[in-house]
Design a protein around this ligand. Sequence first.
Ligand code: ADP
Ligand code: MG
Length: 243
Amino acid sequence: MIKFENVNKYFDQHKALKSLSFELPEHETTVIVGPSGSGKSTLLRSFNLLEQPEEGLYSLDDKVIDFAQPISEKTILEVRRQTGMVFQDYNLFPHLTVLKNVMEGPLHVLKEQKLIAAQRAEELLELVGLSDRANYYPNQLSGGQQQRVAIARAMAMDPKYLLFDEPTSALDPELEAEVLKVLLKLDVEKNSMVIVTHNMAFAKAVASNIIFLEEGNILFNGSPDEFFNHPTERIQKFLSAMT
Ligand code: ADP
Ligand code: MG
């Protein structure tokens, strides 16, 4: 479970997250939506401490972090182990093949044996439909293929939570579709997911829970049925602007 209690995040004078409190249960897919600049990335990045809010409490399963206190390096590493992040722009290692990109974390962070890491990497490449690209380099792949490698790479660390920040916003529609297809296949029994997206059809298909952010406030936290079928006036306005 990911839980925030009264979390505030400032960038100088600007308050990017305003006293946020919520709980994301395990084995669910939470989709975060909202206008540009509403704090979606800041919130997602706070879950793996790429951003560190100044105030509030963060519980990740049985670990509790008080953002008002300094966070130890050990805690940061533990939290990052449990929360794998997939970025908008893939962030693959350009000098490593696809297979080596996926093996990198297990080999160097988890100290897995090479054969085991390679075997698992091959399974994950199969899952994302890229078995035949194992020995390619990132720059020999389409954006959609690179993003699927990034998903396999995040999964190779076996994090409890997978975090996706607009994973398809850099892609053309066909390439977006192949990435979304992979995301729909992921098993929430193994990984709980939090996905920031602008694609409302995808949000509807994948979400067990929707959070709507505006100007650093949560204006909605509830079921996709309520969000899409019984929207408030503000949400209705957002949804019409998206289509
Ligand atoms: P979203 O992902 O919803 O588009 P962000 O979380 O990126 O929104 O940004 C929320 C607000 O915080 C915006 O006003 C943005 O300009 C500001 N912001 C984000 N990151 C920084 C930063 N590193 N420094 C200063 N302001 C930032
Ligand atoms: Mg963003």
